[in-house]
Write a protein that binds this ligand. Sequence first.
Ligand SMILES: [Fe+2]
Length: 450
Amino acid sequence: MQILLIVSKPVVKDLLSINIKSFLGVDVIVRTNSAEAVDLLAILPEIDLIISDKESAFAMAEYLTNNKKQTSLIVLGDKTEEISGIYPITQFLAESDWEEIVTLSAKSLGISDDILKKRKHSEYTAIPVTYFLNLDSSCCDVFIRIAKSENDFQFVKRIHRGDTFSKMVISRYIDQNLKYFYIPTEQLEQFSVYVSNQLVKKLAEPIAIEEKIEVLGNSFTIATQEILRIGFNSSTIQLTESLVTSIVDSFMAEEVASPLLRKILNSKTGYIYQHAHLTSIVSSEIIKNLGIKDKHIHEKMAFAAVFKDISLANNEELAMITSFEELENADLDDEEWDQVFNHALEGAVMIRQFPEAPLDIDYVIKHHHGVQNGKGFSISIKDNNFDVDSLIFIISVEFVNELLRFKIKGGTPKPLIDELYKKYTNSESIRIIKALEKTLKKSVNNGSKS
Ligand SMILES: [Fe+2]
Protein backbone atom coordinates (compact mmCIF):
# COMPACT_ATOMS: atom_id res chain seq x y z
CA MET A 1 0.00 0.00 0.00
CA GLN A 2 1.20 3.49 -0.81
CA ILE A 3 0.25 6.95 0.39
CA LEU A 4 1.12 10.10 -1.50
CA LEU A 5 1.82 12.97 0.88
CA ILE A 6 1.95 16.47 -0.66
CA VAL A 7 3.27 19.05 1.79
CA SER A 8 5.63 21.98 1.44
CA LYS A 9 6.57 22.42 5.11
CA PRO A 10 9.41 20.10 6.21
CA VAL A 11 8.15 19.90 9.80
CA VAL A 12 4.70 18.70 8.70
CA LYS A 13 6.31 16.30 6.23
CA ASP A 14 8.41 14.68 8.98
CA LEU A 15 5.64 14.62 11.54
CA LEU A 16 3.22 12.87 9.20
CA SER A 17 5.54 10.57 7.28
CA ILE A 18 7.24 9.23 10.43
CA ASN A 19 3.95 8.58 12.20
CA ILE A 20 2.14 7.08 9.23
CA LYS A 21 5.08 4.79 8.47
CA SER A 22 5.47 3.63 12.05
CA PHE A 23 1.77 3.23 12.90
CA LEU A 24 0.47 1.87 9.60
CA GLY A 25 3.60 0.26 8.17
CA VAL A 26 2.84 1.57 4.66
CA ASP A 27 5.01 3.38 2.10
CA VAL A 28 4.78 7.17 2.14
CA ILE A 29 5.89 9.01 -1.00
CA VAL A 30 6.44 12.71 -0.43
CA ARG A 31 6.07 15.52 -2.97
CA THR A 32 6.22 19.23 -2.19
CA ASN A 33 3.64 20.57 -4.67
CA SER A 34 0.77 19.52 -6.92
CA ALA A 35 2.79 19.66 -10.17
CA GLU A 36 5.29 17.12 -8.82
CA ALA A 37 2.44 15.02 -7.43
CA VAL A 38 0.66 14.93 -10.80
CA ASP A 39 3.93 13.86 -12.48
CA LEU A 40 4.20 11.03 -9.99
CA LEU A 41 0.59 9.91 -10.47
CA ALA A 42 1.26 9.63 -14.21
CA ILE A 43 3.76 6.86 -13.51
CA LEU A 44 2.22 5.48 -10.30
CA PRO A 45 -1.57 5.68 -10.85
CA GLU A 46 -2.43 3.05 -8.21
CA ILE A 47 -1.75 5.21 -5.13
CA ASP A 48 -4.18 4.19 -2.36
CA LEU A 49 -4.56 7.51 -0.58
CA ILE A 50 -3.54 11.13 -1.11
CA ILE A 51 -2.89 13.54 1.75
CA SER A 52 -2.38 17.11 0.60
CA ASP A 53 -1.71 20.47 2.25
CA LYS A 54 -4.20 23.20 1.41
CA GLU A 55 -1.88 24.86 -1.15
CA SER A 56 -2.02 21.83 -3.45
CA ALA A 57 -5.47 20.52 -2.50
CA PHE A 58 -7.57 22.24 -5.16
CA ALA A 59 -5.25 21.17 -7.99
CA MET A 60 -5.31 17.58 -6.71
CA ALA A 61 -9.12 17.52 -6.41
CA GLU A 62 -9.34 18.84 -9.96
CA TYR A 63 -6.83 16.27 -11.26
CA LEU A 64 -8.67 13.35 -9.60
CA THR A 65 -12.05 14.53 -10.96
CA ASN A 66 -10.74 15.08 -14.50
CA ASN A 67 -9.11 11.66 -14.50
CA LYS A 68 -12.22 9.92 -13.08
CA LYS A 69 -10.30 8.59 -10.05
CA GLN A 70 -11.80 7.25 -6.83
CA THR A 71 -8.72 7.74 -4.63
CA SER A 72 -9.50 9.11 -1.16
CA LEU A 73 -8.17 12.58 -0.50
CA ILE A 74 -7.35 14.03 2.93
CA VAL A 75 -6.84 17.78 2.94
CA LEU A 76 -4.80 19.43 5.71
CA GLY A 77 -6.86 22.54 6.34
CA ASP A 78 -10.37 23.89 6.88
CA LYS A 79 -13.22 22.50 4.83
CA THR A 80 -13.96 24.44 1.65
CA GLU A 81 -16.96 24.04 -0.65
CA GLU A 82 -14.70 24.77 -3.59
CA ILE A 83 -12.86 21.47 -3.09
CA SER A 84 -15.59 19.21 -1.67
CA GLY A 85 -17.91 20.48 -4.43
CA ILE A 86 -15.75 19.10 -7.21
CA TYR A 87 -14.36 16.03 -5.39
CA PRO A 88 -16.81 14.61 -2.84
CA ILE A 89 -14.55 11.91 -1.35
CA THR A 90 -12.48 14.48 0.48
CA GLN A 91 -11.96 14.78 4.24
CA PHE A 92 -10.51 17.79 6.03
CA LEU A 93 -8.22 17.71 9.08
CA ALA A 94 -5.78 20.13 10.77
CA GLU A 95 -2.14 19.50 9.81
CA SER A 96 -1.03 19.25 13.45
CA ASP A 97 -3.63 16.61 14.31
CA TRP A 98 -1.40 13.70 13.32
CA GLU A 99 -3.24 11.13 15.45
CA GLU A 100 -6.54 11.80 13.64
CA ILE A 101 -4.73 11.78 10.30
CA VAL A 102 -3.21 8.37 11.08
CA THR A 103 -6.59 7.00 12.21
CA LEU A 104 -8.42 8.32 9.15
CA SER A 105 -5.68 7.01 6.86
CA ALA A 106 -6.01 3.57 8.49
CA LYS A 107 -9.75 3.66 7.80
CA SER A 108 -9.29 4.65 4.15
CA LEU A 109 -6.77 1.87 3.64
CA GLY A 110 -8.94 -0.71 5.37
CA ILE A 111 -6.48 -1.27 8.23
CA SER A 112 -8.56 -2.45 11.16
CA ASP A 113 -8.73 -0.65 14.49
CA ASP A 114 -7.31 -3.70 16.26
CA ILE A 115 -4.10 -3.64 14.26
CA LEU A 116 -3.81 0.09 14.70
CA LYS A 117 -4.34 -0.12 18.46
CA LYS A 118 -1.83 -2.95 18.76
CA ARG A 119 0.72 -0.97 16.80
CA LYS A 120 0.07 2.16 18.85
CA HIS A 121 0.41 0.34 22.14
CA SER A 122 3.19 -2.09 21.38
CA GLU A 123 5.49 0.46 19.75
CA TYR A 124 8.84 1.42 21.12
CA THR A 125 10.48 4.46 19.60
CA ALA A 126 14.00 4.42 18.21
CA ILE A 127 16.38 7.02 19.64
CA PRO A 128 19.87 7.46 18.14
CA VAL A 129 22.50 6.08 20.52
CA THR A 130 24.45 9.34 20.22
CA TYR A 131 21.66 11.10 22.15
CA PHE A 132 22.96 9.31 25.26
CA LEU A 133 26.58 10.48 24.95
CA ASN A 134 26.03 13.53 27.10
CA LEU A 135 23.66 11.98 29.58
CA ASP A 136 24.71 10.18 32.71
CA SER A 137 21.29 8.78 33.53
CA SER A 138 17.93 8.31 31.82
CA CYS A 139 14.42 9.31 32.83
CA CYS A 140 12.97 6.08 31.41
CA ASP A 141 13.96 2.47 30.77
CA VAL A 142 16.11 2.00 27.69
CA PHE A 143 16.04 -1.10 25.48
CA ILE A 144 17.89 -2.64 22.57
CA ARG A 145 16.00 -4.44 19.80
CA ILE A 146 16.87 -7.98 18.85
CA ALA A 147 15.38 -9.60 15.73
CA LYS A 148 13.74 -12.97 16.43
CA SER A 149 12.62 -13.38 12.85
CA GLU A 150 12.13 -11.02 9.91
CA ASN A 151 9.13 -9.17 11.39
CA ASP A 152 9.33 -10.16 15.00
CA PHE A 153 11.45 -8.28 17.50
CA GLN A 154 12.30 -8.64 21.12
CA PHE A 155 13.16 -5.65 23.28
CA VAL A 156 15.77 -6.19 25.99
CA LYS A 157 16.22 -3.66 28.78
CA ARG A 158 19.77 -2.33 28.96
CA ILE A 159 19.49 0.80 31.11
CA HIS A 160 17.06 1.12 33.99
CA ARG A 161 15.30 4.38 34.70
CA GLY A 162 17.43 6.45 37.11
CA ASP A 163 20.57 4.27 36.74
CA THR A 164 23.78 6.16 36.21
CA PHE A 165 26.09 5.20 33.35
CA SER A 166 29.33 6.51 31.87
CA LYS A 167 30.15 7.80 28.43
CA MET A 168 32.40 4.73 28.00
CA VAL A 169 29.38 2.43 28.19
CA ILE A 170 27.62 4.34 25.41
CA SER A 171 30.80 4.55 23.31
CA ARG A 172 31.08 0.75 23.49
CA TYR A 173 27.62 0.38 21.93
CA ILE A 174 28.63 2.82 19.20
CA ASP A 175 31.86 0.86 18.56
CA GLN A 176 29.72 -2.25 18.15
CA ASN A 177 27.77 -0.40 15.46
CA LEU A 178 24.54 -0.08 17.42
CA LYS A 179 22.62 2.83 15.90
CA TYR A 180 19.47 3.02 18.05
CA PHE A 181 18.25 2.43 21.55
CA TYR A 182 14.50 2.10 22.10
CA ILE A 183 12.30 3.75 24.67
CA PRO A 184 8.57 3.30 25.35
CA THR A 185 6.70 5.54 22.89
CA GLU A 186 4.45 6.95 25.60
CA GLN A 187 7.54 8.43 27.31
CA LEU A 188 8.92 10.06 24.18
CA GLU A 189 7.81 13.60 25.00
CA GLN A 190 9.16 13.36 28.54
CA PHE A 191 12.46 11.95 27.25
CA SER A 192 12.87 14.78 24.75
CA VAL A 193 12.42 17.37 27.51
CA TYR A 194 14.83 15.47 29.78
CA VAL A 195 17.60 15.30 27.14
CA SER A 196 17.22 18.99 26.29
CA ASN A 197 17.38 20.03 29.95
CA GLN A 198 20.49 17.93 30.59
CA LEU A 199 22.22 19.47 27.58
CA VAL A 200 21.28 23.01 28.56
CA LYS A 201 22.82 22.31 32.00
CA LYS A 202 25.98 20.84 30.43
CA LEU A 203 26.40 23.79 28.08
CA ALA A 204 26.38 26.19 31.03
CA GLU A 205 29.11 24.26 32.94
CA PRO A 206 32.64 25.69 32.86
CA ILE A 207 34.59 22.97 31.02
CA ALA A 208 37.68 22.88 28.77
CA ILE A 209 37.01 24.11 25.24
CA GLU A 210 37.77 20.71 23.64
CA GLU A 211 35.11 19.06 25.79
CA LYS A 212 32.75 21.97 25.24
CA ILE A 213 33.04 21.49 21.46
CA GLU A 214 31.98 17.85 21.83
CA VAL A 215 28.98 18.79 23.98
CA LEU A 216 28.11 21.52 21.49
CA GLY A 217 28.39 19.07 18.58
CA ASN A 218 26.03 16.60 20.25
CA SER A 219 23.61 19.28 21.40
CA PHE A 220 23.56 20.77 17.92
CA THR A 221 22.67 17.45 16.31
CA ILE A 222 19.98 16.72 18.87
CA ALA A 223 18.47 20.22 18.74
CA THR A 224 18.26 20.31 14.95
CA GLN A 225 16.90 16.77 14.63
CA GLU A 226 14.33 17.35 17.37
CA ILE A 227 13.21 20.61 15.73
CA LEU A 228 12.70 18.69 12.48
CA ARG A 229 10.86 15.92 14.28
CA ILE A 230 8.56 17.84 16.61
CA GLY A 231 9.07 21.53 15.76
CA PHE A 232 9.52 24.21 18.39
CA ASN A 233 8.49 23.57 21.95
CA SER A 234 9.83 25.00 25.19
CA SER A 235 12.68 22.49 25.39
CA THR A 236 13.90 22.74 21.77
CA ILE A 237 13.71 26.55 22.01
CA GLN A 238 15.69 26.61 25.23
CA LEU A 239 18.31 24.23 23.84
CA THR A 240 18.69 26.30 20.66
CA GLU A 241 19.13 29.47 22.70
CA SER A 242 21.82 27.81 24.85
CA LEU A 243 23.57 26.63 21.70
CA VAL A 244 23.63 30.12 20.19
CA THR A 245 24.91 31.64 23.46
CA SER A 246 27.65 29.00 23.75
CA ILE A 247 28.75 29.56 20.15
CA VAL A 248 28.97 33.35 20.63
CA ASP A 249 30.74 32.90 24.00
CA SER A 250 33.29 30.51 22.47
CA PHE A 251 34.29 33.31 20.08
CA MET A 252 34.32 36.04 22.74
CA ALA A 253 36.53 33.94 25.05
CA GLU A 254 39.41 33.68 22.54
CA GLU A 255 41.87 36.43 21.70
CA VAL A 256 42.77 34.82 18.37
CA ALA A 257 40.27 32.74 16.40
CA SER A 258 42.49 30.32 14.50
CA PRO A 259 43.23 27.84 17.37
CA LEU A 260 39.48 27.61 17.99
CA LEU A 261 38.81 26.98 14.28
CA ARG A 262 41.40 24.21 14.34
CA LYS A 263 39.92 22.62 17.47
CA ILE A 264 36.48 22.55 15.85
CA LEU A 265 37.91 21.06 12.64
CA ASN A 266 39.76 18.35 14.58
CA SER A 267 36.91 17.45 16.93
CA LYS A 268 34.91 14.24 16.66
CA THR A 269 31.70 16.01 15.71
CA GLY A 270 29.38 16.08 12.71
CA TYR A 271 29.79 18.02 9.46
CA ILE A 272 26.72 20.25 9.79
CA TYR A 273 27.69 21.28 13.33
CA GLN A 274 31.29 22.00 12.32
CA HIS A 275 30.15 24.02 9.32
CA ALA A 276 27.76 26.04 11.50
CA HIS A 277 30.23 26.77 14.31
CA LEU A 278 33.05 27.64 11.88
CA THR A 279 30.78 29.94 9.85
CA SER A 280 29.70 31.72 12.99
CA ILE A 281 33.31 32.25 14.15
CA VAL A 282 34.46 33.44 10.71
CA SER A 283 31.52 35.89 10.47
CA SER A 284 32.30 37.16 13.97
CA GLU A 285 35.95 37.69 13.03
CA ILE A 286 34.90 39.73 10.00
CA ILE A 287 32.52 41.80 12.15
CA LYS A 288 35.27 42.43 14.70
CA ASN A 289 37.78 43.44 12.01
CA LEU A 290 35.22 45.76 10.42
CA GLY A 291 35.10 47.56 13.77
CA ILE A 292 31.39 46.83 14.36
CA LYS A 293 30.76 46.74 18.11
CA ASP A 294 27.30 45.25 18.49
CA LYS A 295 26.86 41.93 20.25
CA HIS A 296 23.49 41.42 18.55
CA ILE A 297 25.15 40.99 15.15
CA HIS A 298 27.34 38.18 16.50
CA GLU A 299 24.19 36.54 17.85
CA LYS A 300 22.41 37.00 14.56
CA MET A 301 25.25 35.24 12.69
CA ALA A 302 25.30 32.37 15.22
CA PHE A 303 21.52 31.93 14.85
CA ALA A 304 21.79 31.98 11.07
CA ALA A 305 24.65 29.45 11.22
CA VAL A 306 22.57 27.04 13.35
CA PHE A 307 19.54 27.24 11.05
CA LYS A 308 21.07 27.54 7.59
CA ASP A 309 21.13 23.79 6.80
CA ILE A 310 18.55 22.60 9.33
CA SER A 311 16.28 20.93 6.78
CA LEU A 312 19.19 18.59 5.95
CA ALA A 313 19.89 17.70 9.61
CA ASN A 314 19.02 14.04 9.07
CA ASN A 315 21.36 13.66 6.11
CA GLU A 316 24.90 15.01 6.45
CA GLU A 317 25.85 13.78 2.96
CA LEU A 318 23.33 16.16 1.40
CA ALA A 319 24.66 19.09 3.46
CA MET A 320 28.14 18.49 2.03
CA ILE A 321 26.90 19.58 -1.42
CA THR A 322 27.92 23.22 -1.76
CA SER A 323 27.74 24.02 -5.49
CA PHE A 324 25.56 23.47 -8.56
CA GLU A 325 28.25 21.30 -10.08
CA GLU A 326 28.30 18.97 -7.05
CA LEU A 327 24.51 18.88 -7.01
CA GLU A 328 24.35 17.85 -10.67
CA ASN A 329 27.07 15.22 -10.23
CA ALA A 330 25.65 13.70 -7.04
CA ASP A 331 23.61 10.54 -7.46
CA LEU A 332 20.34 11.77 -5.91
CA ASP A 333 16.69 10.91 -6.38
CA ASP A 334 14.21 13.72 -7.12
CA GLU A 335 13.26 14.22 -3.50
CA GLU A 336 16.86 14.51 -2.31
CA TRP A 337 17.69 16.86 -5.19
CA ASP A 338 14.80 19.13 -4.19
CA GLN A 339 15.83 18.98 -0.55
CA VAL A 340 19.32 20.27 -1.37
CA PHE A 341 18.08 22.79 -3.94
CA ASN A 342 15.52 24.34 -1.55
CA HIS A 343 17.37 24.01 1.78
CA ALA A 344 18.29 27.69 2.18
CA LEU A 345 14.67 28.72 1.61
CA GLU A 346 13.39 26.02 3.99
CA GLY A 347 15.76 27.18 6.75
CA ALA A 348 14.45 30.73 6.28
CA VAL A 349 10.84 29.56 6.51
CA MET A 350 11.56 27.57 9.69
CA ILE A 351 13.32 30.39 11.54
CA ARG A 352 10.21 32.55 11.14
CA GLN A 353 8.47 30.17 13.56
CA PHE A 354 11.17 30.69 16.19
CA PRO A 355 9.99 33.12 18.85
CA GLU A 356 12.19 36.21 19.20
CA ALA A 357 14.50 35.35 16.31
CA PRO A 358 16.77 38.29 15.37
CA LEU A 359 15.27 40.78 12.93
CA ASP A 360 15.60 39.92 9.21
CA ILE A 361 17.57 36.77 10.00
CA ASP A 362 15.45 34.86 7.49
CA TYR A 363 17.06 36.90 4.67
CA VAL A 364 20.56 36.01 5.87
CA ILE A 365 19.64 32.30 5.89
CA LYS A 366 17.84 32.46 2.54
CA HIS A 367 20.85 34.14 0.90
CA HIS A 368 23.57 31.91 2.39
CA HIS A 369 24.57 30.34 -0.92
CA GLY A 370 24.50 33.70 -2.71
CA VAL A 371 21.06 33.32 -4.32
CA GLN A 372 18.33 35.89 -3.70
CA ASN A 373 15.37 33.45 -3.60
CA GLY A 374 17.12 30.76 -1.54
CA LYS A 375 17.04 28.17 -4.34
CA GLY A 376 20.25 26.54 -5.49
CA PHE A 377 23.78 27.93 -5.45
CA SER A 378 25.30 31.06 -7.01
CA ILE A 379 27.70 30.72 -9.92
CA SER A 380 28.28 34.43 -10.38
CA ILE A 381 26.79 36.87 -7.91
CA LYS A 382 25.22 40.31 -8.16
CA ASP A 383 26.52 41.51 -4.82
CA ASN A 384 24.73 44.86 -5.04
CA ASN A 385 21.50 42.95 -4.41
CA PHE A 386 22.49 41.90 -0.88
CA ASP A 387 22.71 43.83 2.40
CA VAL A 388 25.92 43.85 4.46
CA ASP A 389 24.82 41.14 6.95
CA SER A 390 23.98 38.76 4.11
CA LEU A 391 27.27 39.49 2.33
CA ILE A 392 29.30 38.80 5.50
CA PHE A 393 27.47 35.51 5.93
CA ILE A 394 27.68 34.44 2.25
CA ILE A 395 31.44 35.07 2.15
CA SER A 396 31.95 33.25 5.48
CA VAL A 397 29.96 30.25 4.23
CA GLU A 398 32.07 30.13 1.07
CA PHE A 399 35.28 30.31 3.10
CA VAL A 400 34.14 27.49 5.42
CA ASN A 401 33.03 25.32 2.46
CA GLU A 402 36.64 25.39 1.31
CA LEU A 403 38.09 24.79 4.82
CA LEU A 404 35.97 21.67 5.23
CA ARG A 405 36.42 20.50 1.65
CA PHE A 406 40.19 20.67 2.13
CA LYS A 407 39.98 18.86 5.48
CA ILE A 408 37.79 16.03 4.15
CA LYS A 409 39.03 15.62 0.60
CA GLY A 410 42.60 16.99 0.83
CA GLY A 411 44.26 18.00 -2.45
CA THR A 412 45.64 21.45 -3.17
CA PRO A 413 44.14 24.31 -1.18
CA LYS A 414 42.54 26.82 -3.54
CA PRO A 415 43.82 30.42 -3.50
CA LEU A 416 40.50 31.26 -1.93
CA ILE A 417 40.99 34.94 -1.19
CA ASP A 418 41.96 35.61 -4.85
CA GLU A 419 38.86 33.74 -5.98
CA LEU A 420 36.66 35.72 -3.58
CA TYR A 421 38.04 39.01 -4.97
CA LYS A 422 37.23 37.83 -8.49
CA LYS A 423 33.68 36.79 -7.62
CA TYR A 424 32.65 39.64 -5.29
CA THR A 425 33.42 43.03 -6.72
CA ASN A 426 31.35 45.77 -5.07
CA SER A 427 32.98 48.02 -2.48
CA GLU A 428 31.13 46.46 0.48
CA SER A 429 32.24 42.94 -0.47
CA ILE A 430 35.84 44.07 -0.91
CA ARG A 431 35.79 45.57 2.60
CA ILE A 432 34.48 42.25 3.96
CA ILE A 433 37.09 40.14 2.17
CA LYS A 434 39.83 42.50 3.43
CA ALA A 435 38.51 41.99 6.98
CA LEU A 436 38.71 38.22 6.48
CA GLU A 437 42.24 38.54 5.11
CA LYS A 438 43.27 40.44 8.23
CA THR A 439 42.30 37.42 10.36
CA LEU A 440 44.21 35.03 8.13
CA LYS A 441 47.34 37.21 8.30
CA LYS A 442 46.99 37.38 12.08
CA SER A 443 46.88 33.60 12.31
CA VAL A 444 49.98 33.21 10.09
CA ASN A 445 51.83 35.72 12.29
CA ASN A 446 50.86 33.61 15.28
CA GLY A 447 52.63 30.68 13.68
CA SER A 448 49.51 28.72 12.79
CA LYS A 449 48.16 27.63 9.45
CA SER A 450 44.41 27.37 9.19
FE1 LIG B 1 23.70 25.43 2.99
